[in-house]
Design a protein around this ligand. Structure first.
Ligand code: ADP
Ligand code: MG
Length: 360
């Protein structure tokens, strides 16, 4: 991934047809309003650059909250600062390119069966007519999908500025010296988080656990978990992780409701806050408790405040972590916020991301 081709290497983009894999996978309210536009705004730099250099840009992206981008186009115009034309179907791309009228977005790429299957025929038809491919969707780069790893087998693929920035910042997290490096892991989906702990703990000063991830460790250590949420296969999941490693910090007291651990307790919070205060680099993924309910958001909010108060370089990622931070107005205070949830974790776990490998 050190040899990822970068967009700036293309010397002449004038009238070149560029297929850009963008990331517009945002939450949408029932009224059809984009609830969180962080990811969309992060696409702007690369899009602006391509337009500025005179390229003909067609974007492809997926969305999970609604079936189609159709209703979201006016909001996309606003957020991107460009009129973006809508291409309803893949079969209309060629016609569009021959009468190019500004940047365009093809509708939800996952409407096509070949996308998630990474069907080579599908990748070929998607590539048709383009000179270059640009991956600016870091958050999907851990997926072996046609628009991520299939197309760059056919077209010359380049990393967009967002992908470049993610790799540089998260690379820094991995390579930073252990002294002062604090990793905070919470939330659910422990199967995606434990590999990060395993990969980074030897090169970290402390790993602070909360959420269901902490529940899993407590269970494995033999604690009675009552009706708390715990993963099924904890034993398998935690295999090869030394639970007695002095760097690994697990909660010692809790907020319990209805026989469920739903947040870390005050003593644990104070201990974590002390460790955070002397950190030099902090990476945070996953809330400390069931933060959606204000009664169980204290741990998450206080940890967030402590991170902001520290002089450490601050990195955060994960959909729920971002929305928790956004809720209390602290998102902008981080030095770097990753657009990737799963992709960030896979990267930090040392995995090869198919979408990035394809740009080598
Ligand atoms: P992220 O999206 O930041 O990576 P996850 O998706 O892994 O985070 O986890 C976030 C979810 O974990 C939230 O919905 C939160 O309510 C839940 N959660 C955290 N702690 C607990 C807990 N103790 N019990 C049940 N759910 C929890
Ligand atoms: Mg989540």
């Amino acid at each position: 991934m050190d040899t990822m081709r970068n967009l700036r290497e293309i010397t002449d983009l004038k009238d070149k047809k560029v297929l850009m894999r963008a990331d517009f996978d945002v939450p949408v309210s029932e009224k059809g309003e984009i609830e969180e536009s962080f990811r969309i705004k992060k696409q702007k730099e690369t899009l602006d650059y391509l337009i500025d250099k005179g390229a003909k840009v067609v974007m492809v992206a997926h969305i999970s909250a609604v079936p189609s981008f159709a209703e979201l186009m006016p909001q996309l115009h606003m957020l991107l600062g460009h009129e973006v034309n809508f291409i309803k179907s893949l079969s209309d791309i060629q016609t569009y390119l021959s009468a190019y009228a500004g940047p365009a977005l093809v509708d939800n790429i996952r409407q096509n069966e070949g996308e998630e299957k990474n069907d080579p025929e599908f990748a070929l038809s998607l590539s048709k007519g383009f000179d270059y491919y640009v991956n600016n969707a870091f958050a999907v780069s851990h997926r072996d999908h046609a628009s991520i790893s299939g197309v760059p087998k056919i077209l010359f693929g380049y990393a967009g500025f967002l992908v470049e920035e993610e790799v540089a910042q998260l690379g820094k997290v991995i390579s930073a010296p252990a002294e002062g490096k604090v990793i905070i892991m919470g939330g659910a989906k422990a199967s995606t988080k434990v590999p990060v702990i395993k990969h980074l703990i030897s090169e970290a000063e402390a790993v602070l656990l909360g959420g269901v991830v902490a529940n899993d460790v407590l269970k494995e250590k033999g604690q009675d978990m009552g009706s708390s949420v715990v993963d099924e296969d904890v034993h398998l999941l935690l295999m090869n992780l030394d639970l007695n490693n002095s760097k690994l910090h697990i909660p010692e007291d809790f907020i319990v409701y209805d026989n469920k651990i739903l947040d870390i307790g005050d003593h644990t919070m104070k201990k974590y806050i002390d460790i955070i205060a002397s950190a030099k680099l902090i990476v945070w993924n996953g809330p400390m408790g069931l933060f959606e309910n204000p009664a169980f958001a204290k741990g998450t909010n206080e940890i967030a405040q402590a991170i902001i108060a520290s002089s450490a370089f601050k990195v955060a990622g994960g959909g729920d972590t971002i929305s928790a931070l956004d809720k209390i107005g602290l998102l902008e205070k981080f030095n770097f916020v990753s657009t990737g949830g799963g992709a960030m974790l896979a990267f930090l776990a040392g995995d090869t991301l198919p979408g990035l490998a394809a740009l080598d």
